[in-house]
Design a protein around this ligand. Structure first.
Ligand code: C5P
Length: 220
């Protein structure tokens, strides 16, 4: 029984306006990628890690894993054009014997063992996948261009984060489906899988802008 983690780090991060991919923008003393890599490496839930690095940044990713002593990093692959493609390429490095796969965005540095446990535990109850999510504070409306069409019932909506946990075989089948979902659970849903949500964590904020980076740095 082994659990592998995929660290999706291949995004360009254009909205940060940096001269390098988001995973290599500084967060504290080290590249952003280091924090989630170190935290997953230290997790007792995780046996091994595959990193999907920005193309051309595979070697610096390996060196970073060595520098921080992340011995569970088993391989680093070049990511693809979309997040789903990056996950598919990384999943090809996960051995058949893996039973569960945790997929995490490197852009959410502050992953911790509690949320990893919360998403992995329900897999034993027969769920195909488990996502961390938070209630939505704002009112949400469906729009078409600049016209508001309707107000959605906020009680039926949650905002979904990572890490997301999956039965390995289910995720393998789902990533082959060619859906353009923006998270892995969306791929599994599209393939008919049953996904459960559990409580997320506001500190799993995804770094998109400079202001997000500053906020996460303050929480470090
Ligand atoms: O772009 P966004 O921040 O929403 O991406 C979420 C996560 O997916 C990031 O950690 C990013 O590095 C990763 N990603 C990827 N391959 C892509 C696009 C995004 O691994 N082609």
């Amino acid at each position: 029984m082994s659990t592998w983690a995929i660290l999706a780090a291949a995004g360009s991060g254009e909205r940060l306006g940096a001269d390098r991919p988001k995973a290599f923008v500084a967060l504290g003393e080290l590249p952003l990628l280091a924090t989630s890599m170190e935290r997953l490496d230290e997790s007792d839930w995780i046996d091994a890690i595959v990193v999907a690095a920005p193309r051309g940044w595979e070697e610096p990713s390996i060196l970073l894993a060595e520098e921080i002593g992340a011995g569970k990093v088993s391989s680093v692959v070049a990511g693809g054009a979309t997040r789903a493609e990056s996950v598919r390429l990384a999943l090809a490095e996960v051995p058949e014997e893996a039973v569960a796969v945790l997929v995490h965005d490197a852009a959410r540095p502050l992953v911790d063992d509690e949320v990893v446990g919360r998403v992995l535990t329900p897999l034993a109850e027969g769920w195909d996948g488990v996502v961390p999510a938070l209630p939505i504070a704002d009112t949400v409306k469906r729009v078409d261009g600049d016209r508001v069409l309707e107000t959605l019932d906020r009680d039926d909506l949650v905002a979904v984060q990572t890490p997301q946990a999956f039965v390995a075989d289910t995720l393998r089948r789902a990533v082959g489906g060619g859906s353009d979902a923006t998270d892995c659970a969306g791929l599994v849903e599209a393939a008919g899988g049953r996904i459960r949500w559990v409580e997320g964590d506001p500190r799993l904020l995804k770094v998109t802008t400079q202001a997000d980076l500053e906020r996460v740095a303050a929480w470090l």
